[in-house]
Each structure stands twice: as C-alpha cells, then as structure tokens.
Design a protein around this ligand. Structure first.
Ligand code: FAD
Length: 479
C-alpha cells in the first residue's frame, strides 16, 4: 500500500510519524512551502539572547492529548522549558477592560471579592447557574457566549468567555460553538438542568466507573515528571519550531520522504486509489491523509466532489496580525504574567498581548507579542495597511495599555491569512457530515489537522494519530 500525506505542518508530520510506526514504508509527505512546521515558526536571535514566535509558543501538558504529544517530544529528546503552576506566568492572567489592566482571580479566595472589570463577586455566577432555568439548545448546539450568558450571566460571557475565545482561536464567542471548549459542561447542563448540578450528579454517578486509558503512553517519563512537578505549560529551547524540525529529521532518518515545495494541486479518486497532481507529475497512491486547511483541501476535491468541497468551505477561517517586539531591559512591565487579553466589547483592534519574557528567560530583554484582528480583521484592517502601520498600531496600544515609554529595539510584523479555523455553531455536525460523505463514497481519504478535531498543537497531533489508528490493519499488506 502506498500512502501520501498532504501538508508538512505539525499534524501532517505527526501523521507521517504514526504511519511509519504502524505500517512502515513507503510513505511520502508533500508540503507546498519550502519548510516544514506550518504555523509553527520560531525566529531565534541567539547573539542577543531572545526569540520571537510568530505562531504558537506553549503546549499544555494535560490530559490524553497532552500526554500524547509528550510521547513524541520525549522520543525526539527535545529540550523542554517547563512552566510550573506556581510560576508567575501560570498564575497571572490579565484583561484590559474599562480602561485598566485587571488581574483575573487565581485562587478560590478570588471568587469572593469584587474586582474590576466585574461588578460583583464571581461566586454569584455559580448561584446564577443554580437558579437559572435550563433550555434545550436547538440542534444540540449553541454559541459559547449564549451558553455562558444563560448559565453564569452577561458579565462572565463578556469578560471571561469572550476574551478566552479571542486568546484561543481569535474568534467571536457569539459565533463559536459551545462544543469547541465546553462540550462536557454543555452535555451535563442539557442532561441535568445546570452546570453545577450536572457536575455534581456526574461525579456521583461516575464515581465507580473507571475510564479506560486509550493510549498506554500516558505513563511516559516526561508525562509523569510534568504531573509531579505540576507543569502548567511548556515551550522548547530554541522555540517550538524545534518540534517539527526534529520530527522531519526523524522521518528522514527512517526513509520517509518529505518533499518540500511540492504542493498537491488536485486529487482524482478512482476504484484503485487516488491520483495526486503534483509539481512535476501525476502520482497514483492507495490512500491519502490530508492535514491541509479545509479551504485548501476544498480546492483539490472540487472537480470530482463539488459537494464535499462546499462542505469543507463552510469551515471559516480568520486572519491574525502578529507583532513581535523586543525592548532592551527586562523590567519594563509593571505586572508580570502570561499576558493580557482584550474583551471584544472593548472594541479595540488588539486581541491580546503575550509577555514572552515573563514565560521564558530572554537574557535581559522584554519581549512582547501583540495579536490583532482575528474575527474583526476586516473591520480594522480591510484597507490592507502596510507593516509599518500595523507596527504603529501595535506600539500605540502597548504604550497605552502597558505604559511602556521606551522605544523598541527590534520588531517583526506578520499578517497570517486564514490561519485559524473557526469552530462555529454546528461545527461538530459539519465535520461528521464531511466524514460521512468520505465514507459513503468510499474515498481513500483521511482528514486530520486544525480544521476538524481541535485547533491546539496537542489536538492536531492526536487527530493525526486517531486517523492512522482508524485505518484497517490490512493496510500494511503490500499491493
Ligand atoms: C498565531 C497563532 C498562535 C497559536 N498559538 C498556539 C499555542 O500557543 N498553543 C497551541 O497549542 N496552538 C497554538 N496555535 C494553533 C496551532 O499552531 C495550529 O493549530 C497548528 O500548528 C496547526 O497545524 P496543522 O498541521 O494542522 O496545520 P498547518 O500548520 O496549517 O499546516 C498545514 C501545512 O499544509 C501546507 N499546505 C497547504 N496547502 C498545501 C497543498 N496544496 N499541498 C501540500 N501542502 C500544503 C501548508 O504550507 C502547511 O505547512 C496557534 C496558531 C496561530 C496561527
């Protein structure tokens, strides 16, 4: 059996890794750009002791998805930089709201005081949940904003949930499905009539039911260490790009062919497999695993399967401006922490600012990353501003919000077009229909990557694993 993986981002490389582990070769990964890693990109300035991440910077070590990623990280022997839960970057998360920087509560005691931007103690949100009537959501889904507003009140929806959605997917909580982040809570609420009630009953009912571990590797050395040392998140020496680079090296050493600058332009399915139209040739293979963004895959299948293509195009994406800034001097922030988020009701172009130099040592520099646009990109940047104008906007808000008077030494501006898929209301259903179509027409195609089963690094690696594990064992038989 010959297999091709489309896309050399972290999901495609992971698919290659799991295919190699389960079935061996032959196996080729086709990547359109001249590098692997997709949105994971680190720019190191070793001489000056700092690095810029233009995409992700930290990975969460929790749960099955976290354990799964750590298995790969451990096998590749990558040097991780752990941030324990006691670290200031894990404890301090802020909002910029109502004209001031507000620290979010980081202990149970924080639920009892009244701290801006909230007008009442947060424990009252739980009372709201206990008293609020439950309504059955239409079609088994609703926006995460409406769920939070129904259960916990408008302030929680505006100042806790909405900025969190900006931080995770640069999206609008009023459009994003509750199932994106709160699938379990939503299910419990729908079943038991309230979130707290649901949590209570579920705990009582599930007390004696042991959940089977899906993957044995939950017990890897690194996973155990992360639990023992209470890691909240981790990054990597030299930046997160070390992960796709090391994966590519490992795959290369094991005779997996990773072809760069070789985009797939079309897929033609037949009874015998699938034909890939590549840079210089058409190539028949038995099976394709696509890790491409949904809109890219849509273009490849449009000719033969316009309806599948249309369903893929129903998954929207947003653009994000990422501005990395270096200031000399490591004490420029008034308050240390992971960073701050700006709730959309503040109506600013800034989604949030990450305090990179609070997370990791940057050798005497203050390093910040400003994220802008997202779901509101067109509203603020439809006139396609120059990088200089984008930088000026980012710096204006850094000065206003963080009161940093110094001029930056070095900056980088990236406009990432269509970089984060939006799991809008109905997403789960949409993805199920896409997979059903593939099954109905017996297309030799599996889907992984950020468009389908979660947008975090852990999610896309796990989605690759699940797609490989879903292939029949007969797959390994030579044709
Ligand atoms: C600014 C930003 C910050 C983020 N921060 C975090 C974070 O802190 N933590 C976290 O867990 N996640 C974070 N994420 C999310 C995470 O980085 C991504 O979801 C993940 O990297 C997506 O990986 P992927 O392999 O699914 O897709 P991609 O990275 O999009 O890879 C797809 C690859 O396919 C290639 N390709 C496209 N078309 C073709 C074609 N026709 N033929 C062949 N190849 C093609 C592309 O060039 C690309 O390399 C962030 C994302 C962004 C954009």
């Amino acid at each position: 059996m010959t297999t091709a993986v489309l896309g050399g981002g972290i999901s495609g490389l992971s698919a290659g890794y799991y295919l190699l582990r389960r079935f061996g070769k032959p196996l080729t990964i086709y990547e359109a750009s001249p590098r692997v890693g997709g949105w994971i990109r680190s720019e190191t300035h070793k001489d000056r002791g700092f690095l810029f991440e233009s995409g992700p910077r930290t990975i969460r070590p929790v749960g099955l998805p976290g354990a799964n990623t750590m298995e790969i990280v451990e096998q590749l022997n990558l040097p991780v930089r752990a941030i324990p839960r006691s670290h200031v970057a894990a404890k301090n998360r802020m909002l910029y709201a109502k004209g001031q920087v507000c620290m979010l509560p980081n202990s149970p005691m924080g639920l009892f005081g009244t701290k801006p931007p909230f007008s009442q103690p947060l424990y009252k949100a739980f009372i709201h949940d206990l008293l609020a009537k439950s309504t059955l959501a239409k079609h088994g889904d609703e926006s995460i904003y409406s769920f939070a507003e129904r259960r916990f009140g408008k302030e929680i929806a505006d100042y806790a949930i909405s900025p969190m959605i900006c931080g995770i997917c640069a999206g609008d909580a009023r459009e994003i499905s509750v199932r994106f982040l709160m699938d379990g809570l939503f299910e419990k609420e729908q079943k038991y009539g309230g979130v707290l009630k649901g949590l209570f009953y579920a705990r009582y009912k599930e007390k004696n039911s042991t959940k089977p571990g899906i993957f044995a590797q939950e017990q890897t050395k690194m996973y155990l260490q992360s639990k023992q040392e209470k890691w909240a998140m981790y990054g990597m020496d030299g930046g997160l790009e070390q992960l796709p680079r090391a994966l590519r090296k490992y795959l290369g050493e094991n005779d997996v062919n990773v072809q760069l600058s070789n985009p797939c332009r079309n897929l033609t399915f037949s009874d015998n497999g699938v034909r890939l139209s590549l840079r210089d040739a058409d190539l028949p293979v038995d099976h394709v695993i696509s890790s491409l963004p949904a809109y890219r895959l849509a273009a490849l299948v449009k000719q033969q399967h316009p309806s599948l293509s249309a369903q893929l195009l129903d998954i929207p994406y947003v653009d994000v401006v990422v501005v990395n800034i270096q200031f000399e001097g490591n004490n420029l922030l008034k308050q240390n922490g992971f960073g701050l988020l700006v709730p959309p009701c503040e109506q600013l172009p800034v989604l949030g600012v990450i305090f990179d130099s609070c997370c990791f040592d940057m050798d005497g520099n203050t390093i910040l990353t400003v994220m802008m646009g997202g779901r509101w990109f067109d509203q603020w940047f439809s006139d396609q501003p120059s990088p200089k104008k984008l930088l000026d906007t980012a710096l204006r808000y850094v000065r206003q919000i963080l009161e940093i008077k110094e001029d930056p030494k070095f900056c980088r501006v990236h406009t990432h077009h269509k970089c984060i898929p939006q799991y809008t209301v109905g997403h789960k259903h949409r993805v199920a229909n896409i997979r059903k179509y593939i099954k109905t027409y017996k297309l030799p195609l599996s889907l992984c990557g950020a468009a389908f089963d979660g947008v975090g690094i852990n999610d896309v690696i796990l989605s690759a694993r699940r797609q490989v594990e879903a292939l029949p064992q007969s797959f390994s038989h030579p044709t």
